[in-house]
Design a protein. Structure first.
Length: 295
């Protein structure tokens, strides 16, 4: 048996729609695999009742098929589905690493990115790599048609997850079809600022670079209490706040000293809006980790 822990992720980061992503230290999915004549899947943990165990409908099943690696697969969900924290990507990334090792397919982590992205296509309708790339590689990733660029980073963050659901398909449905030249120029500048911030582990630059006037304003309307939660986080010391992935999760970048206050402020603001939530005080961290024999 092989076991892989794959982290939650946050994609887009405001200015990097469908391109930027980061691995989070917590939460995470744990996937265990054993060789078998055909693929079977069992799912436990957060939101498992909503996840199909049919391999043809599960992201992990798509990964097993892509690698021609049938297995008995057990998924322990630590990342709730429809959270904006890369739930399906975590499972797909973990399965890709585990099955690649189990069957000695010899693919590098970078070569596993498109394999895991095929699993994502079952959820979002397209093989986007902005979540699976950081879940596999860790740190901060820039995923384009030309490949993935990876930077180690350890910027502190607070990920706040309200007890509401926003599907990836619904969130993509509100993305504008066009943007003004001024909006595009501002977004490019912000994305560049964020990237420099990641290379320096600078929460101020990263927070400033998360600003976005194209996609985020539309997606934020799907999250009850978004504006009040954002303001509360900024007042508590966050250097930047945005929608995490497709939402409803929210990501606040900060200095480590302010994490506790920001987490409390975000939870309280959601509560004032009548929404229960949970906050993770964490940081950009490592990608999928492989354990042998369940150790």
């Amino acid at each position: 048996m092989l076991t892989v822990r794959a982290p939650a992720t946050s994609a887009n980061l405001g200015s990097g729609f469908d391109v930027f992503g980061v691995a989070l230290g917590t939460p995470a999915d744990v996937v265990r695999v054993e060789r078998a004549s055909r693929t079977t899947i069992t799912v436990t943990g957060a939101g498992s009742q909503y996840i199909p165990e049919d391999p043809a409908k599960n992201t992990v099943g798509a990964v097993a098929e892509a690698l021609d690696a049938p297995a008995r697969i057990r998924i322990d969900k630590g990342v709730r589905p429809s959270s904006g924290l890369g739930s399906s990507a975590a499972s797909a990334a973990a399965a890709a690493v585990a099955l690649n090792e189990l069957y000695d397919r010899g693919r590098s982590r970078a070569e596993l990115v498109p394999v895991a992205a095929e699993g994502e296509a079952l959820v979002s309708g397209a093989a986007h790599a902005d979540n699976v790339a950081p879940s596999l590689l860790g740190g901060f990733t820039v995923a384009t048609d030309g490949g993935v660029t990876h930077v180690d980073a350890s910027v502190p963050v607070v990920a706040c997850l309200p007890d509401i659901s926003v599907s990836t398909r619904d969130a993509r449905g509100v993305v504008p079809d066009a943007a003004s030249m001024d909006e595009v120029v501002d977004t490019v500048g912000n994305a560049a600022t964020l990237t420099v911030g990641m290379t320096r582990d600078d929460p101020v630059l990263v927070g400033k670079g998360m600003e976005d006037e194209i996609v985020t304003p539309e997606r934020s309307t799907l999250i009850d209490g978004y504006e009040s939660v954002r303001e509360a986080a900024l007042e508590a010391g966050a250097t930047g706040v945005t929608v995490s992935g497709a939402g409803p999760g929210m990501l606040a970048v900060c200095h480590r000293r302010d994490q506790r206050a920001i987490a409390s402020a975000m939870v309280d603001a959601f509560d004032a809006a009548g929404v229960e939530s949970r906050a993770y005080q964490t940081a950009i961290g490592e990608g999928a980790t492989l354990y042998r024999d369940g150790s």
